[in-house]
Design a protein around this ligand. Sequence first.
Ligand SMILES: Cc1cc2nc3c(=O)[nH]c(=O)nc-3n(C[C@H](O)[C@H](O)[C@H](O)COP(=O)(O)OP(=O)(O)OC[C@H]3O[C@@H](n4cnc5c(N)ncnc54)[C@H](O)[C@@H]3O)c2cc1C
Ligand SMILES: NC(=O)c1ccc[n+]([C@@H]2O[C@H](COP(=O)([O-])OP(=O)(O)OC[C@H]3O[C@@H](n4cnc5c(N)ncnc54)[C@H](O)[C@@H]3O)[C@@H](O)[C@H]2O)c1
Length: 500
Amino acid sequence: MEPVMAEQGREFDVVVIGGGAVGENVADRAGRTGLSVALVEDALVGGECSYWACMPSKALLRPGAALAAARGVPGAAAAVTGDVDVAAAFARRDVVTHQWDDSSQVDWVESTGITLLRGRARFTGERALTIDGPDGSVQVTARHAVIVATGSAAVVPRIEGLAELPPWTSREATSAQQVPARLAVLGGGVVGVEMATAFADFGSAVTLLVRGDRLLTNAEPFAGEAVAAALRELGVTVLFGTEAQSVRRESDGVHLSTGAGADVVVDEVLVAAGRRPRTADLGLETLGLEPGKPLTVDDALQVTGADGGWLFAVGDVSGRTATTHQGKYDARVVGDVIAARFDPRSSADDSPDGATAGDRSLSADDERAAAPWSRYRATADVAAVPQVVFTRPEVAYVGLSEEAAREKGLDVRVIGYDLENVAGATVLAEDYAGRAQIVVDEARGVIVGATFVGPEVAEMLHAATVAIVGEVPLDRLWHAVPSYPTVSEVWLRLLETAGL
Ligand SMILES: Cc1cc2nc3c(=O)[nH]c(=O)nc-3n(C[C@H](O)[C@H](O)[C@H](O)COP(=O)(O)OP(=O)(O)OC[C@H]3O[C@@H](n4cnc5c(N)ncnc54)[C@H](O)[C@@H]3O)c2cc1C
Ligand SMILES: NC(=O)c1ccc[n+]([C@@H]2O[C@H](COP(=O)([O-])OP(=O)(O)OC[C@H]3O[C@@H](n4cnc5c(N)ncnc54)[C@H](O)[C@@H]3O)[C@@H](O)[C@H]2O)c1
């Protein structure tokens, strides 16, 4: 049943604004204790990740990856007689996105006891909101807390003529029904390299315009170098040190003038130049906060600069995380913080275990005294953020790059190993090539960063995340024996290279 706006003036213990993956998780986690929770969503429940980001983009990338994997294995390669079937790839993407229909997620929300309010939320004051929905406006008050999880939107840079095209953003790319013959991609970050890969697989002549001299600047430099080389091998034209200065539509296509040489002429332009938090139209000025800026938070996800301890922010809108998994981690933390702070059972004298949600015991005292790595603090946001880039080769990294570690003043040693020298890689593909690298904090003898680049390395990342979060000393890690013949045997080689 489609939820509708009901009577005027409703009150809940907790109101979550934004029903993306992150908002859904906060609402679920906070609501499991017995607090009443409203989730406000203006568009599709599930947000960007389900319909225009993670899920469709990975569905579009998977066919090319599967073909490449088969082509790398003699005995299988000969069976691959064609290229990606674009129509079938789009059809599978449409299944993965449920044809942009959120009814299954709505069913889930309703099954949890969360109240779903359809509409656009704006603050009118402390803990007070107006929600403009399909059936008019409703005033909603939160007794205890409001969590902002409104996500982010693509930035369209101020380039003459660009906005007027209008260009594709990641939304149009991930929901495309046609393949442009020629595609320009502006930006060499995660969206840029993933979508350049997918559309090259689909047969577009792709030109990637990168204003700097590297791809994937948050990763180790060798990762971006490997992806640039692979994109070129796929037929993508990668132009470093190149920015579009103006854009205009002519009879033969869209012309991008770069100020150097001939125009780049394409049929479609994809802007992949980063994201901005969705805070411009939230009424933040009524709270003394600046609209259009990220809602910066502390490790309990409480908004800094807001009085009263009632306002929290999670996910892309906080500027702290830009991935679904890390946003959902923050959602679990803030859900527990809110339940511990505001569920009366969590501070009841006769209830030493406090409020419970499932088998979780929550305590207001524990939350007040919480230290890093407590369930009430998002410590991993600063210590161990994992990211996988689904290009070919895949890039997977967690924690600090060498440069970031040195900037933090750590005395680090960097240990690398080529994956093709591991027996498991020989089995996986004939010309397997890749590299693993760990960054070791010499003072503590623990890993603070790890990077893997190569085919199918995504699944190797979590071992590194566990080692970093667990602060496992290298001499104890030595006893974690990787199976033979897997690519993860590189862990043994890395430790041997480190001198163990
Ligand atoms: C192309 C692409 C691919 C990606 N791939 C991956 C990936 O593979 N893995 C990964 O981990 N991350 C990936 N990401 C990042 C990931 O999509 C985001 O980190 C994630 O979606 C953030 O979730 P969120 O809930 O914070 O925001 P969103 O998903 O943006 O959800 C916010 C919700 O709030 C609603 N909303 C906004 N304002 C209001 C308002 N005033 N009132 C009511 N509702 C409102 C919006 O309608 C939206 O549904 C990708 C991003 C892009 C662009
Ligand atoms: N696999 C994944 O986990 C995944 C996939 C896609 C996106 N995401 C998330 O989405 C976020 C957004 O991705 P993104 O690629 O849009 O941002 P990004 O920050 O990763 O990269 C943006 C790129 O655009 C460039 N740029 C910025 N302004 C520009 C301008 N005016 N002209 C030309 N280039 C410009 C930057 O130099 C940078 O290279 C990422 O932070 C990422 O975490 C994750």
